[in-house]
Design a protein around this ligand. Structure first.
Ligand code: NAD
Ligand code: IPM
Ligand code: MN
Length: 367
């Protein structure tokens, strides 16, 4: 054994293996179903690194036992991991959405995962609901501000349960928060061949927050002369996602606008079953979180037909963020090959189960 390790080639291999501790928060509904397949794919793709998965039993079942979705110190528990891999949260029949989803928003805000990266790319072999559009027309990434904005949670209820009841929901748009996400958007644009960026705004009506976004955008864009940039109001942007998606490359949007536009982005790229996302703390002071864009899909839970590709591609985003770009690329190539062969779950018009589609990706990886 010692002799084996003494051989220089083996020593090099030992040094290359990096270990990452991944918290798996599978959550509710189809969350555990798609996560199971994504974890299989990640295990098969890991190559020169080792991913150690720790499964956290939080969500609707935990709520039934403890009357809360997660333990009090859940952020403390998550903090020690290198990354968090999440399935989906929410089970409206068992617990109110604002309780089940609170941990998700808390992670994004408390771990300062301010950059939410959501690619929307139409793969060959996948049908878009848009007429006359093909993969060359749909290849964008939405950069969603993920730490403040309309999700700040600042507000309250007044005169509850009376005819005079009032609810106040304040949005927080800070100079620091806007500046860093627009900069992140431009940096992303520099990595893409088209080098184009669209700021989504609504400064014609939201005269405080969105006007500040516009002003900061004008400042930041001057620092990126090689990126072509423009802005669109969110209503027009929604229309243009449908009418002319080829106009978009990198899209930067506030928290709520980004949320809405990424369901639409998912839909035009073949459905939510394919839409991946990363919630990134670029400074790496806290763990980042990776999850599909979709929710817990109670309507198909337990049927074994949920599409695991969104979770699998979120796994690729995680590997990339952990510096394992070759492994991430292997997953993408395997997914491309599976989709190109028109293999898919029913949402893609196919006949495969969740497990069979996961297996198909693993098979391609092993080829
Ligand atoms: P949803 O994304 O769960 O489902 C919308 C539609 O898309 C459904 O018809 C569903 O069957 C379909 N769909 C979603 N993912 C799919 C997949 N992988 N394969 C095939 N079809 C898929 O949205 P919803 O129904 O509005 O919300 C359900 C629950 O999920 C709610 O509690 C909601 O708050 C929550 N939610 C959670 C997250 C999250 O955890 N990140 C995101 C969105 C919604
Ligand atoms: C998403 C989801 C969440 C959001 C919900 C479930 C809180 O829709 O990740 O897109 O609005 O951010
Ligand atoms: Mn959403």
């Amino acid at each position: 054994m010692a002799q084996f390790l003494d051989r220089p080639r083996c020593v090099a291999i030992v040094h290359q293996v990096k270990k990452f501790n991944i918290a798996v928060y599978a959550g509710d509904g189809i969350g555990p179903e798609v996560v199971e397949q994504a974890v299989r794919v990640l295990a098969a793709a890991q190559g020169d690194c080792r991913l150690e998965f720790t499964h956290l039993p939080w969500g609707a079942e935990y709520y039934e036992q403890h009357r809360q979705a997660v333990p009090d110190d859940f952020l403390g528990q998550l903090k020690k991991f290198d990354a968090i891999f999440l399935g989906a949260l929410g089970w409206p029949a068992k617990m109110p959405d604002h309780i089940s989803l609170a941990p998700l928003i808390a992670m994004r805000q408390q771990f300062d995962q301010y950059a939410c990266v959501r690619p929307a790319r139409l793969y060959a072999g996948v049908k878009t609901p848009l007429a006359n559009k093909s993969p060359k027309d749909i290849d964008m990434v939405v950069i969603r501000e993920n730490s403040e904005g309309e999700y700040a949670g600042i507000g309250g209820r007044f005169k509850r349960q009376t005819a005079d009841e009032v609810a106040i929901e304040n949005a927080i748009h800070s100079r620091r928060g806007i500046e860093r996400i627009i900069r992140f958007g431009f940096e992303t644009a520099l990595t893409r061949p088209r080098r184009q960026l669209t700021l989504v705004t609504k400064s014609n009506a939201l005269k405080h927050g969105m006007v500040l976004w516009d002003e900061i955008f004008e400042e930041v864009r001057t620092r990126y002369p090689s990126v072509r940039s423009d802005k669109q109001h969110v209503d027009a942007a929604a229309m243009n996602f449908v009418r002319c998606p080829e106009r978009f490359d990198v899209v930067v949007a506030s928290n709520l606008f980004g949320d809405i536009l990424t369901d639409l982005g998912g839909a035009i790229a073949g459905g939510l079953g394919l839409a991946s996302s990363a919630n990134i703390n670029p400074e790496r002071q806290f763990p980042s979180m990776f999850e599909p864009v979709h929710g817990s899909a109670p309507d198909i839970t337990g049927k074994g037909i949920a599409n695991p590709i969104a979770a699998i591609l979120s796994g690729a985003l995680m590997l990339e963020f952990l510096g394992q770009c070759a492994a991430a690329q292997r997953i993408r190539i395997a997914v491309e090959s599976v989709l190109d062969a028109s293999l898919g779950t029913p949402d893609l018009g196919g006949k495969l189960t969740t497990q069979q589609l996961g297996e198909a990706v693993v098979e391609r990886l092993n080829q």
